[in-house]
Design a protein around this ligand. Sequence first.
Ligand code: MRU
Length: 336
Amino acid sequence: MKNMKSLGLLFQDGKLLVLDQQKLPHEEVWLTCESPEQMIQLIQALKIRGAPLIGVGAALALAAYAEKGASRAKILDAALALRIARPTAVNLMAAVDRVVLNCVKGDLTVSGILSRAEAIFDEDVVLCDTIACHGELLIEDGDGVLTHCNAGGLATAGIGTALGIIRRAHEKGRKFHVFVDETRPLLQGARLTAWELSQFGIPYTLICDSMSAMLMRQGRIQKVFVGADRIARNGDFANKIGTYTVALAARYHQVSFYVAAPYTTVDLACPDGSAIPIEERTPDEVRAGNSPAGCSVYNPAFDVTPAELVSAHVLDRGVVRLRDGAKLEDFSSRCT
Ligand code: MRU
C-alpha cells in the first residue's frame, strides 16, 4: 500500500500508526497497529476517534492485514468485528462494507482491498476540502463561532469537517473568534480542538459546556458549527453528547446552527434520529475520580439533534437547507 499521512493516522513502509488521542495535548505518542483486533481496541479506547477517521482506520487495518497474507475467511471475520467496534458512526460500517463486506468473492483480492482502502483515505481528504469550500462562506468577519467536541484533522483523513470550515475561513483571512466547548466527559474540545486551533494560530477561547447559552445571550456567538456521527434521512443527526443542548440554546437565541459532514456520514436507511444507535460508555468516564466510588452514572456518548434545529447541513455536495424544501437524498452520494 502507498504511504499515507493525516494528523492522526500514518501508513508508512507497510506499518500502520495511530496518534494516541488520549495522550494529547501533553504527549504526541504514535502507536503501531499490528492487527485488526488491535485497531478495534484503539477505536474503543478512543485513541483513534471521529466518525470519518475510524472508518479510514478500519479500512487501512483490513488492508494491512490482507497485505500480510491473512486468509479470506480471517479477513471477513475481522471485517465483521471491526464493523461493530463502535455503534453510532455510520462511516465505520460504510468503510468496512466498501473495502470487504460488500464485495463479491472475485473482488476480494489483496490488490482490490488495498486500492479500496487507499481510495477511502484519499476520498476523505477531498470530502473535507469540498465541505470547507462550501462552509467557509458562512463565516463572516466579526463572528463568534462555537464548536463542540472535535471535528477537525484529528477526526478525519483531511482538514476536518466543522473545524475544517473554521480553518479554511481563517486561511481566507476572515477575522472571527472561536469558542470551544470543553466537551465533557472526555474533553475532546479542551484537549483536541484547542490543540488543533493552537497549531493553526486560530484565535479561540475554551469554555465549559455549561457556558455557551450565556455567551449567546451576550451576543458573543453568532454561529455554531459541529460535526456528525450519523445523519438520518430526515436530517436528524447524532453527534457528541451535548450537541443537542447547544442546538436548543442556539434556537432560543436565534444563533445559526450548522452541521458539517461528508456523504459517508449520511445514512439514508435510517429514517430519523430515533433509529440511530447510541453508544453507552463506562461510568468511570463520568465519575473521573471526582464522585463517590460506584455512584450511579448514565453515560451516552452521543445525542440526537432534531433536523428542525439545524439551519443547514453542510455536505461535500453543498449546503442543504431542509427548511427550503431541499432533500438530503439529493446530496448524499459520492461527489468525487
Ligand atoms: O466519541 P468521539 O470523540 O469519536 O466523537 C466524535 C464526534 O462526536 C465528532 O463530532 C464526529 O465524529 C464528527 S468528526 C468529523
